[in-house]
Design a protein around this ligand. Sequence first.
Ligand SMILES: C[S@@+](CC[C@H](N)C(=O)[O-])C[C@H]1O[C@@H](n2cnc3c(N)ncnc32)[C@H](O)[C@@H]1O
Length: 317
Amino acid sequence: MSTVDPQARSFQEGPATYMLPVSPSLIYLHFPSLSQSSHQNDAQEWNRLDEMHKGIDAFLGHKLSYAPLSEDAKRILEIGWAPHNFLISLAHSLTYRSGSGAWAIQAAETYPDATVTAVDLSPLPPRPLPKNVTFLKLNIVEEELPFEPASFDIIHTRFLLTHLPKWEDVVQRVTALLKPGGWLLVEDIDHIALDDNGGAGPGVQKFYNIYHAFAATQNVDHMVGSKLEGTLKRLNLFSIVNGIEVKCPFHGGSNDPSLHALGRTMRKSLITVYKDLNPRLVAAGLTPEVQQGFFQEAGDRARGLYVKLYMTWSRKK
Ligand SMILES: C[S@@+](CC[C@H](N)C(=O)[O-])C[C@H]1O[C@@H](n2cnc3c(N)ncnc32)[C@H](O)[C@@H]1O
């Protein structure tokens, strides 16, 4: 994978570019002098993903999914896992059972007799993992998944399809790896922040016009979340397709404490990630003024901004 490293952050280069920072290796976090350029800022991306996982985990009541997952799952696949931050996960371990920020690790702890395979284009962090987690560095857009068809009980992917070209093809390829009766768990967002009245303010709209237009040049659909349930049904590969839409309020304001916290986490996360975007997006017209327009409206409590998160759980025929 070739990368370009502006401002000490790494981004994937080339067509069908993943727009968010990629992590070269945690070793550079601890020993930055080993790296050609400093990758210390990647801690920011790990922290961001850990915080989102923590928020969603609390929202789900510390379950892996709403799906009625079988207790005897033996093979689990996670695609696009977040290599999580050791210090944060250590802090989590002092406060709640799982001791982990990442879904794959949580799955490995929930199913100690299962094998959990985690796939990502970012390399494996050099830290102890549960014995039943296996990591495979792989670009799912460019490479075949080297697994037997119908061999997994559970497959999970979160916040990945919204970054990939031809995401429906990816869903079909991945579903072929599920056993009949196995569960496909897909979670994603729509990349748009809406006001209380369901519209977007001028600053937010301008930001996303550029973001979406660039994504379209890459064949990437940044509104995957709301299409998930319908697409999964239309594919006719599943006996059950369930989906929920979660409105995550940027400034909290929900009676449900976990949703209140999740909304605030999502706001912080989007602001963090939209501050440093892939240089190709900057070249496509994303100026600091446009970014500022988004941040200003996102910070305005009176607007009641929210982002929609979609969770689906589908059982293969
Ligand atoms: C936004 S992060 C979400 C990570 C994790 N699922 C979570 O919920 O925190 C997307 C992840 O997908 C990985 N990724 C992006 N494009 C990929 C590709 N083509 N093949 C494999 N992994 C990819 C990134 O490296 C990153 O770890």
